[in-house]
Ligand binder design. Sequence first.
Ligand SMILES: [Zn+2]
Length: 308
Amino acid sequence: MLLHTLNRLARYGMVLAACLCIIGLAGCGPAADVPDDGKLKVAVTFDALKEFTQAVGGDKVDVYTLIPDGTEPHEFQPTTQTIKHLGKSQLFVYSGLGMEPWAPKVVEAAKNTSLHTVNASQGVTPIALTDEEDVKEHGAYDPHIWLSLVNAQIEVSNIAAALAEADPANADYYRNNAANYKKQLQALQDEYARKFASVPRKDFVTGHAAFAYLCRDFGLTQHSVESVFSSGEPSARQLARLADYCRANDVRTIFVEDMVSPKTSETLAREVGARVETIHTIETSEDDESYLDRMRDNLEKIYASSLR
Ligand SMILES: [Zn+2]
């Protein structure tokens, strides 16, 4: 009799345990994915996204950049490290439009069922690529959306929504931070929209053709030494044509990025008697300079060059 009762109790116990388990699972929305230290683990692909995620996530997130600093993002190939980090993350943020063609593959390889994923370019109006080779290799669109303060705000909104979904307990915090950050982005946009409205020169010459979206925002045109994906060296003919353009149009500044063969741009600058200025593509981190610092620096230098 006692044994029978114990058996029954044990059975009830198991049923009860199973019930609790189901209740636990049901209650285990995405919020329960947040680790013990209370910080959401977020993996991002490159530096601009790290800046946006940090601005929105504040002290509620731990952000890890998958593409190591010093690696040209357009040439990055994921490693076992990349997959390992996605396995430990709750949210994966990528920029999309061909910037990280490897993204779906690594998400699949990570086999992390609690991983939330966001393509931060959703809702951006993309610029189509014209170079056939680029289209074949990288897809139909120019990926450099984060170099536009207008698109950056769309990316920030997408990231805020993804953070809120992965960590609903802090949804209001993320939305407030996003709203504040977007205000700063828009203020910088407004400031330079006013300045560029009346400049005599509406174009500039740069190394890596990464500024098409920035140009669209301000009615400017970029001429570049290297293509959108900075793949390979420009041909002698291409360079000669660019040098002729610089001379004919009295171009006095050639912009260069640290990551993309600055030597070619420097040679061009010497040849046409222009000076070299650094410009930031924000694909990799630079000391402690924030996204907003670097965008202001870019805009101020392009503005200064457009006054002559
Ligand atoms: Zn680029």
